[in-house]
Write a protein that binds this ligand. Structure first.
Ligand code: ZN
Length: 94
């Protein structure tokens, strides 16, 4: 796709697409994949990543999904937009 856009429109558009697509996968798709792993992962030993996994798990509760914890990678945005919800036990590891 990068090379097609580069040929058709120009190098800047091709590079912009490449950077945007790569960022999307790195900061949304891969973390989201990890958050939905049912089994234990070595990534669970990274505290901030484990916190984000638990944070996202709260989002998928049926009663919370439409209203709370929308942000996958930057939870502070939920705080700023007043869409943050967490029970007291979110900071504890299982
Ligand atoms: Zn999810």
């Amino acid at each position: 796709m990068f090379f097609i856009l580069k040929l058709l429109i120009g190098q800047n558009i091709g590079e912009l697409f490449f950077i945007s697509a790569t960022s999307y996968y790195l900061f949304y798709e891969w973390p989201h994949f990890y958050y939905h792993l049912k089994s234990k992962s070595f990534l669970d030993s990274i505290n901030w990543l484990y916190f984000l996994k638990k944070y996202h798990t709260l989002h998928h509760q049926k009663t919370k999904m439409n209203s709370w914890n929308f942000n996958l990678t930057i939870p502070v945005m939920d705080y700023l937009l007043k869409t943050k919800w967490k029970p007291p036990e979110i900071h504890k590891k299982n």
